[in-house]
Design a protein around this ligand. Sequence first.
Ligand code: MTE
Length: 343
Amino acid sequence: MANIHIPPGWRLRESEATPESVYLDRRQFVARMGGGAVLAAASLACRPGGAAEAQQRGPLDNIPDTPTADLYPVAVNDPRFTPGDRHKEVSPEEIVATYNNFYEFGTDKDGVWRNVGPFEARPWELEVTGLVENPGVYDLVELERAFPLEERIYRHRCVERWSVVVPWIGFPLARLLERVQPRNDARYVGFVTFDRPEQAFGQKTQSWYKWPYYEGLRMDEAMNELSFVVTGMYGHPLQKQNGAPVRIHVPWKYGYKSPKSIVRIDVTDEMPMTFWNDLQPSEYGFYSNVDPDVPHPRWSQAQEEIVGTGQRVPTLPFNGYGEWVAELYGGRVTPVGDVPHAR
Ligand code: MTE
C-alpha cells in the first residue's frame, strides 16, 4: 500500500520452524508477545473492560460478545475450495491476529490488534441498498442464523507480497445476493465500511484517506461461489483486527479487495469507486486479481512471503483459484486497462 512494509526475515523466523509447530506451541508465542501480559490476558478473554483491562488484552482477546457464539465452530462444508498442494498450511492464528492491514486503526501492522479496543463491533447492522428487490437493514445476527455457516480455508495474498492461509467462517456472498434479489439492471456490488472516528483513531488522524473504506466487485464476481461473507475465523467469531463482525473475502484478488467491518452493500449499474484505486489509480486497479506477471510499479509480484514461516514462494495466478474464476476474465489474469502499467 502507500506505506509498504515488508516484514524483515528475522521477525518471521525467530520462533517458527514450521507453521504446525507454532500453531501447537503457544509458549513461543507468549515469549514473543511479552510473556506475562499475554498470560494475564488469556483469563480475560472476550470480556469488555476498562483501560487497565484493555492494556492486558492479548491479540486473541478481541472477539466481540455475540449471541451467535453458539454457531461456532462449524464444519468444513466444501473441500473443493480448500487450497490444493501448494501454499496450503493454515497459518497460526497468532500470526493472522498480529499482522494486519486495517488503516482505521493505524498503519503499523503489528499494532492494529492493540488499537481496536474502543471499536464496538456488536450489535451490528448491514444495510443492502440500490438495485435489489428486497433492500433493507439486516441485523447481522439474523444473517448468521439465516445461512448455513461454513469454513473456507483460503489463501490471503496482500499486494505488499505477504500471504497467510486462514480458516474463515461465513457464507457465500451469492446467498445474500440471492436473498435480496438484484434487479436485471444490477451490474456491480459496492461495499462501505464503518465511519466512527471516535472509535478508530486512524479515521480521525489520517485525513488524507477518504474514509470510510470502500470497495466493489462486478456482479458476476460477487456471485462467484468463492466470494465469501466472513463472520468468523479459527472456529470462533472474527477478531476485531481481522474485520469483526463482518468482512468480505475474495481469495483470487489482492487483500485490499476484501473490506473489513462493512456496514453497507450497494447494488448498482455503475462501477463503484474503490478506496485504493481512487487514491492511486496508477498502482491499484478495480479488478486487482493476483497476477505474478504484472509487477506493482514499485515492486515485483512474482513471489510472496508466507508470514510466520520465512518462506518465499512463487505467487500463483489468481492466487491459485484460476480454476474457479479465470472464465470471468476471458482467460486474462489482469483485464486490459486495469492498471496503466499492465501490458
Ligand atoms: N478493510 C478496511 N476497512 N480497512 C483496511 O485498511 N485493508 C485491506 C483489507 N481490508 C483494509 C481492509 C488490506 S490492504 C488487506 S491486505 C486486508 O484487509 C488485510 O486483512 P487481515 O489484516 O485480516 O490480514
